[in-house]
Design a binder for this molecule. Structure first.
Ligand code: COA
Length: 318
């Protein structure tokens, strides 16, 4: 595969750390030093579908491909207020595509999983162009009375259009079953046979320290694996595009790999953790700012609930 278009969309509403401290026992200094987050964008008057459509249209416009020439849409989404139909099918009708659509939930690692699946679909099915979309609203999973989690997240959507090519130089997908570190449960419609205590609503729970530890370890292992298998010196990678979860996680990975800080771009300060949308939003912003040059090697790494992790090494050749 080869990336030929990028797009993103974020909500208009900007929420600062000081705004959170108006109703939570928190403060700008704690949030900034522990996470690097200053602002996050939250859905208010728009809904997630609006962002998904906007990001997809931007990516398609940037690619120059006609919507009818897209042969598959893969959408990474953890949850939204439609259980069915899928986000990808709802977007398809709004952007003029006529193709198979599939949603996947691989938590924050969804973008890299989707790139890998797209690569396989190009090889197995001879697809011409594929739209990969990540649309996430993690701020709707939270108990906004709990300061531990509600300061961390933001909403957003990012997308890429892929065509056939040889820019996927390596990837690694992993999953280890673990409900203890991150879990979010939704109540289903009750049946007459429901057993009390089984069908419950439970907002996002996260063991932050454990997730931090697992994130740093898995990301370094995945990146090293992918680079070694591709025979690429870590210093020859232009940028490491990491899942934007916490600036301290990004810094720990960078320091552990003994690489220059300038290779690890970050947008966490403005957008918080937008789950699987964080890497495609970062990629789109760098592309639009002219920071990517043809031939650059880009390494990506993400991790999240599952516990899942994934890394990919790609060549940027747009
Ligand atoms: N404002 C002020 N104080 C807060 C706070 C907040 N928003 N959230 C927690 N605290 C308090 C805690 O209650 C605790 O107080 P105590 O010492 O009196 O018990 C103290 O700050 C330290 O909390 P702790 O959880 O140990 O902080 P931490 O340094 O581990 O940072 C996270 C917490 C969540 C920022 C950090 O663990 C983290 O980023 N983890 C990874 C989360 C993540 O990225 N998840 C997504 C993965 S996809």
């Amino acid at each position: 595969m080869k990336i030929i278009g990028t797009g993103s969309a974020v909500p208009k509403k900007v929420v600062t750390n000081d705004m959170l401290s108006e109703f939570l026992d928190t403060n700008d200094e704690w949030i900034t030093t522990r996470t690097g987050i200053h602002n996050r964008h939250l859905l208010t008057e728009e809904n997630l579908l609006d962002l998904a459509i906007e990001a997809s249209k931007n990516a398609i416009a940037s690619s120059g491909v006609a919507p009818k020439d897209i042969d598959l849409i893969i959408c990474s989404n953890v949850a939204n207020n439609y259980i069915t139909p899928s986000m990808s099918t709802m977007v398809e009708g709004e952007i003029g595509c006529e193709c198979p659509c599939i949603d996947m939930n691989v938590a924050c690692a969804g973008f890299i999983y989707a790139l890998d699946y797209a690569e396989a679909y190009f090889i197995a099915r001879g697809a011409r162009n594929i739209l990969v979309l990540c649309a996430e609203e993690p701020t709707r999973f939270l108990n906004w009375k709990q300061r531990e989690n509600s300061v961390l997240f933001g909403d957003g959507a990012g997308a890429v259009v892929l065509t056939r090519g040889n820019d996927m130089l390596g990837s690694r997908l992993r999953a280890v079953s673990n409900k203890e570190v991150i879990i979010y449960r939704k109540r289903m419609e009750p049946t007459p046979y429901e057993v009390e205590g089984v069908n419950i609503d439970a907002p996002l729970y996260m063991n932050g320290r454990e997730v931090f530890r697992m994130a740093v370890k898995s990301s370094q292992q995945d990146l090293q694996y992918v680079l070694e298998h591709a025979g690429v010196d870590p210093l020859n990678v232009e940028y490491y595009l990491l899942h934007q979860a916490n600036q301290r996680i990004i810094d720990a990975i960078q320091e552990g790999m003994r690489l220059p800080k300038k290779k690890f771009p970050s947008i966490i300060g403005e957008y918080g953790n937008t789950s699987s949308a964080s890497i495609p939003i970062l990629l789109d912003m760098m592309h639009r700012n002219g920071e990517l040059h043809s031939g650059d090697l880009l390494a990506m790494s993400a991790f999240g609930a599952g516990f899942v992790s994934a890394a990919a090494l790609i060549r940027w050749s747009k």
